[in-house]
Design a protein around this ligand. Structure first.
Ligand SMILES: [Zn+2]
Length: 129
């Protein structure tokens, strides 16, 4: 799986119309669509009828809020992981600073000592966090 570009996802989330999204249908006028905060029109979407249509409408109407919540949770878990790695992860044998594993690449480096130490740590067994 490709790395998630959380910055790009965050930018798209921030740029999208904010607030709770809701669906409005005026059957007599044949109009329907999704509105955001302060009745900002987001788009004309006719979800149709039935259980699948209800599920799709529910998904779209909650996507903005759900993605924002998921981003916040991912960032919280990443911060906890970084804290855990700093506390319990491998340390550089030269400077005793915590090693980092850039982008989950499977190898560890010591930022203060530079990349020259990466080879020293290459092939280390996987650390289960
Ligand atoms: Zn070091």
């Amino acid at each position: 799986m490709d790395q998630l570009d959380l910055g790009a996802i965050q930018a798209r989330t921030d740029a999208a119309t904010g607030g709770d999204w809701r669906y409005e249908a005026y059957a007599g006028l044949g109009k329907h669509g999704v509105l955001g905060a302060a009745n900002i029109p987001i788009g004309r979407l006719d979800f149709g009828d039935g259980d699948q249509a209800d599920a799709d409408r529910d998904f779209v109407l909650n996507a903005h809020r759900d993605v924002a919540a998921l981003l916040a949770r991912v960032r919280q878990l990443e911060a906890q992981l970084a804290e855990h790695r700093e506390k319990y992860g491998p340390r550089c044998e030269w400077c005793e600073q915590p090693m980092t594993e850039p982008n989950g690449a499977g190898w560890w480096i010591c930022t203060p000592c530079g990349d020259k130490n990466a080879a020293k740590w290459a092939g280390q067994p996987d650390i289960p966090f």
